[in-house]
Design a protein. Structure first.
Length: 287
């Protein structure tokens, strides 16, 4: 199946809710379609269903306004049974079948995941060619990547999520698949707290070298990233849709942020792990 799969699978993941996964998924999907790519979207968080509702809203808005909006081919995939962490086989099969169907005919498959460690989320992560992790710009959210000592701000050890990704990467190395290209982007960046921002940047820079992710330019804290949800529109649609033609400076900046993220998806080759991958804790412990 890998032979016939041409689609690049982009998984949006972070073990925390509210970090901007669904927002990033919507904006990436629309921005990639705007560039002429065929895009399928998969919602693995049907309980919240943000991405699914966004696409429904988009379809309804296009219908009401008789507009030809680019709309991704969307599938919501429910877990086999809520809370059953031992299952996984059914989920693996369902997602495998879906990707086998979409892979040969799509350029990109964007997979949105829930903000919790469910079997379905793990299964989703195994398919990632690219993993995009939006991270709220706060110390509270850094612990998705690593445990940070509050006194010294030193890295105290890996987080559960980073361990999970590390395991997936090992699996891919063993299966002879290309490494996951892991991209971390800061979300909801504000102009305030300039000092914290620099400390965050330092810690992230340090972590990126150790854990093996790339840092991409993030999104600012902007109303426009959420106000268009009910219409199923993104900042990428503004200007081309009737009634949504007025572009403010913040809109233009937001659009540039989305374009910069899209550009970051393909610029650098992914980090290559050695075939005898050491435990993540060992990597983080070396000075
Ligand atoms: N850059 C941003 N600026 C302003 N609001 C944002 C931004 N990113 C996300 N949000 C808002 O934050 C909330 C959580 O975002 P969401 O994409 O649903 O996160 P997740 O999917 O990780 O749970 C939503 O209300 C969303 O509109
Ligand atoms: Mg979500």
């Amino acid at each position: 199946m890998e032979d016939s799969k041409k689609a690049q699978v982009i998984v949006i993941g972070n073990a925390k809710g509210g970090s901007g996964k669904s927002t990033t998924a919507m904006h990436l999907a629309v921005a990639l379609m705007e560039l002429g790519h065929t895009v399928a979207t998969v919602d693995l968080d049907v309980r919240q269903g943000s991405l699914s509702r966004f696409i429904e809203n988009r379809r309804a808005f296009a219908h009401r306004q008789s507009l030809e909006l680019p709309i991704p081919e969307h599938t919501g995939l429910a877990p086999d049974s809520y809370g059953n962490k031992s299952a996984g086989r059914v989920e693996q099969e369902r997602l495998g079948d879906l990707i086998a169907r979409l892979g040969p005919v799509m350029d990109v498959i964007v997979i949105d995941t829930p903000g919790s460690d469910t079997m379905l989320s793990r299964v989703g992560h195994t398919w990632a060619d690219v993993l995009v992790t939006p991270l709220n710009d706060s110390f509270l959210d850094l612990d998705v990547l690593a445990r940070i000592d509050g006194e010294t701000l030193h890295i105290a050890g890996p987080s559960q999520y980073a361990e999970m990704i590390w395991d997936q990467r090992k699996k891919r190395v063993q299966l002879g698949l290309p490494a996951i290209d892991w991209i971390v982007m800061r979300n909801r960046l504000s102009n305030l707290n300039a000092r914290n921002k620099h400390v965050m940047a330092d810690i992230l820079g340090d972590l990126s070298g150790r854990i093996g992710f790339r840092l991409a330019p993030g999104f600012g804290e902007r109303v426009v990233f959420r106000e268009l949800f009910l219409k199923g529109l993104t900042v990428m649609d503004l200007g081309s849709v009737a009634g949504e033609s007025r572009l403010t400076l913040s809109h233009v900046a937001a659009r540039q942020e989305v374009r910069a993220l899209v550009a970051a998806l393909n610029v650098l080759p992914p980090v290559v792990l050695p075939s005898n991958v050491p435990p993540l804790a060992t990597v983080l412990a070396t000075e």
